[in-house]
Structures are given as C-alpha cells and as structure tokens.
Design a protein around this ligand. Structure first.
Ligand code: GDP
Ligand code: GDP
Length: 437
C-alpha cells in the first residue's frame, strides 16, 4: 500500500483535506503514545489506488514561523514512512516564512511532493494560489478542501505521482511502460508483437498458472520493461476468417485505456483509412500519446509517395496528431523495428513533460501579443495567465476574464502553438479555460 503524508503549518486546512480525501467526517484516530500526538491515519482509495493517508495536523501548534524540534521530529517520522507528501499551504494567507521553511526542508527530503494551495475557492483564491510557484515545488494545485473544488485533480495527481515509473514506491519492482498495439485486421499487429517479443517467447507458451490468453506480453527494451497491452483477439485472429473480421472498437478502447502510448500499425500498402483515423481519434480522446508504425515497408515501391499520402491524410484529418512520429517498419523481417521503441520512449517522455510556469507564461504572453483574444458579445476576453496543472496528457489551465467564452479557433491556436513551441508532436493536449470574471 502507498503511504501519503499531509504536511504544512497550522491552520492551512490539513485536517479538512484529510477528511475530504478519506471521505468521512470522522477519520480513524490512531494515537500512538510517545512518538506522535494526535496522528490520524486512514485508508482511502485515491485516484484508483489504495493508500494509507496520514494527517500530521496537531503536531505543530507551537510553530508560528519556524519548525521547532518537536514538530519537525514528528513530521519527519511521518515523512519517513511516506512514499509521497502532500504539502498544504493557505492560498488566502499567502506564503509565510513557515511555509518557506517547510518547503526547503521537504525539497531536501527528496520525496515526491504535491504542492496543494488550499482555500483557493473563487477567483481570488485561484489567483493567489499561483504565488506558491516561488516555493520551488512545482505547480501549485489550487483546491478548496472545504468546498471540494479541485479534489478530482488532486486524485489524478496522486495517481500520476505514485505510478510514475521514475517514482515507484519504495521496494516496488520496476513498473513496465504500457503500450497498446492497435490497428486494422491484417495490418501486421501479431507479426510485430512476435518480433518485439522474440519468437522464442511465443513458442514457450503460457506462463505457469496462467491461461493462454493471460500470457504476459512483456519484454525489455534498452530502458526497461515494456508490457504490451493485449487487444482481445489479437492472437486468436488466426482462427477467424479475415473476411468477416472487423476492428473491435470495444477491444481497442479497452487497450487504449490501459496503455500509456499507443502504437498504431498501418499497412503501408493500403495507407490510412477511416478505420485507422477512428482508432487515432479514440487514442486522442483517451489522452494517449500515439506513434504510427508504417508496416510492410519492404513491400512498398514508391516510398516517397507513400509517405506523402500519409502526411496529407494526417494534416487533413488529424489536427491533434500534428507532427506525429511515423516509423517505417517491416514487422516480418524486423527491419526498422529497432527504431520503434526509442520513438515510443521519446513520445512517452513528452507526454509526461511538465513545462515550468515561467517558461509557459513567457510563451503565453508572446502568443497573446501575436493574436489578441477576440471580442465576444462586444466585450474583450482578457486572458491573464496559464498553468500546467498536470501531464499525462499535458493539460493547460488558462485563467482570465470570460476565458470560458473563448472561441474554438482561438483555443486551437493556443493548443497548436503550444505543441509547436514545446515540441510535442503526437501528444494530445488538453485545454481548460477558467473564467475569473
Ligand atoms: P489544519 O490545522 O492545517 O489541520 O487546518 P484545519 O483543517 O483545522 O482548518 C483550519 C481552518 O481553515 C478551519 O477553520 C477550516 O474550516 C478552514 N478551511 C479548511 N479548508 C478550507 C477551504 O478550502 N476554504 C476555506 N475558506 N477555509 C478552509
Ligand atoms: P494483424 O491482423 O494486424 O495481427 O496482422 P498479421 O500480423 O497477422 O499480418 C497480416 C499479414 O500481413 C500476414 O500475412 C503477414 O505475413 C503480413 N505481414 C505482416 N508484417 C509484414 C511486413 O512487414 N511485410 C510484409 N510484406 N508483410 C507483412
């Protein structure tokens, strides 16, 4: 079980947040005499993970502006047991010296930290929350523990931090990168899976105790373990008549949901058709990064024309996948397949990328200067600042007066120029607009 500690100076709302996350008014109180005073712990399901949440409220009432020994010792104990810290500040009160001291100390601990700016309900709160960047703990997540605002985002953030392969909880085995290999029947998916896994793996058959269908499709590339999320029927295919086989949307969707990166296998001889586009759009809708494997490259006669035709379809029909990586391969001979996983890893890194707020807002200012947001109903939309509350997929939050009224073409302008400025081809980008009237 993952352990999370909630920390922060007195009165910022730790207990309120604890209760909000645990989901009941009365949390289980676990008094461990001697070591901690009033340390509350409770199990909860956060972001789909089962966690043990520890509230350190009450440890620190003697700490107006510093972290005195006693409080520090107990917070340290809580921290030592934790895989993740939620550091809470009071957005309305602004950053205090005690917050700074806490932040410095947390940074030195090396533990992953989610910076939560509480009491951020309403326009003022959200704006003040942004001040917390100066703590150097990444993007502050504005929430209101009391009203429940922003708690869903906190769940997501918790899941991301706890399941990020680079930050697996202590003692947990290396977590594999999850990829889905999708595409039309006959594009060459099974052949590609065989090539990636190596023939030997396939003849060895099911692992002990598992049914044939549950064989773990796992291999290692240069960077670590990779799990192929199976599309139901992918390996059963041989028994089905191709004539009758249709892409199963349900199976593809299930694989997309489980995967982090989607490899869309195209038959280069046939190009990209409506079915392929449908899969790519599903991947986009699920927020997955996409890499296109242009298969059967060995059988293509005019390679330049084939590439050009693909580019044209992508440009015309798949705005979100602008610049998506295309890797020509021959799954059957193995040629080019060695380039596939490095590309997948690259796109995965982009999908995980968090752009620092300063950099983000410099880009944002330049974009606004180039094109002012339009008038809506005779009134100007004033965009103030942008943050990136999460990655996986990259998500922008734009704050401003009447921001929620921003027309579609300006939204597209922002997303496309963000994708270009921060080089994120093939990565879906989410845009949230928050009106601050
Ligand atoms: P702790 O000492 O850090 O555990 O803080 P508490 O959870 O006891 O909260 C301190 C005070 O802040 C209480 O009066 C809460 O009602 C208030 N509070 C907590 N969360 C919020 C919030 O989201 N918005 C506002 N406005 N007040 C809050
Ligand atoms: P799936 O339905 O997507 O799993 O496709 P399969 O892997 O079963 O492949 C469908 C057909 O395409 C088979 O006849 C394969 O031999 C053929 N095929 C797969 N990869 C290649 C390739 O790289 N080059 C050529 N020329 N044929 C391939």
């Amino acid at each position: 079980m993952h352990r999370i500690a909630i920390l922060g100076r007195p009165n910022v709302g730790k207990s309120t947040l604890f209760n909000r996350l645990v989901g009941r008014k009365l949390a289980i109180v676990d008094d461990t005499p001697g070591v901690t005073r009033d340390r509350k712990e409770a199990e909860a399901t956060l972001g789909g993970l089962s966690v043990l949440l520890a509230d350190t409220a009450g440890l620190e009432e003697a700490a107006p502006d510093t972290i005195p020994g006693r409080m520090r010792a107990s917070s340290e104990a809580a921290l030592k047991a934790a895989d993740l810290a939620i550091f809470v500040i009071d957005a309305r009160a602004g950053i205090t010296p005690a917050d700074r001291a806490f932040a410095n100390w947390l940074r030195r601990s090396g533990l992953p930290v989610i910076l939560v700016a509480n009491k951020a309900e309403g326009r003022l709160g959200t704006q003040m929350a942004m001040e917390a960047y100066e703590l150097g703990l990444g993007d502050p997540l504005p929430v209101s523990a009391e009203h429940g605002d922003g708690i869903g985002g906190l769940h997501d953030e918790i899941r991301d931090r706890l399941t990020d392969p680079g930050r697996a909880p202590r003692g947990e085995a290396e977590r594999p990168l999850r990829i889905a290999i999708v595409g039309r029947p006959n594009a060459g998916k099974s052949t590609l899976v065989n090539t990636l896994l190596g023939e030997e793996r396939m003849i060895t058959g099911p692992e002990p105790g598992l049914t044939r269908d549950a064989v773990a499709l796992e291999f290692r590339d240069a960077e670590g373990p990779v799990r192929i999320v199976d599309t139901a029927g992918m390996r059963k295919k041989a028994r089905i008549s191709h004539r009758l086989e249709q892409m199963s949307v349900a199976a593809t969707l299930a694989a997309l949901k489980e995967a982090e990166v989607v490899v869309l296998v195209l038959d280069a001889l046939l190009g990209m058709d409506e079915q392929d586009l449908r899969i790519a759009r599903l991947a986009e809708r699920e927020g997955r990064a996409v890499v296109i494997a242009l298969n059967k490259w060995d059988a293509v006669e005019d390679r330049a024309a084939t590439r050009k035709a693909l580019e044209d379809v992508l440009t015309a029909s798949l705005a979100q996948s602008k610049g998506v990586a295309v890797v020509p391969i021959s799954a059957a001979t193995g040629r080019g397949v060695e380039k596939l996983m490095p590309t997948v890893r690259e796109v995965y890194a982009l999908w995980n990328r968090r752009v620092p707020t300063g950099e983000l807002n410099r880009w944002f200012e330049a974009m606004k200067e180039r094109h002012q947001p339009p008038l809506v109903e005779g009134k100007r939309i004033k965009l103030r600042y942008v943050t990136m509350p999460k990655a996986r997929p990259p998500t922008l939050a734009v704050f401003g007066t009447r921001a929620e009224l921003l027309p579609e073409d300006y939204r597209r302008y922002l997303v496309n120029s963000f994708r270009e400025a921060f080089v994120m081809p093939g990565v879906p980008i989410r845009l949230n607009l928050r009106g601050t009237d």
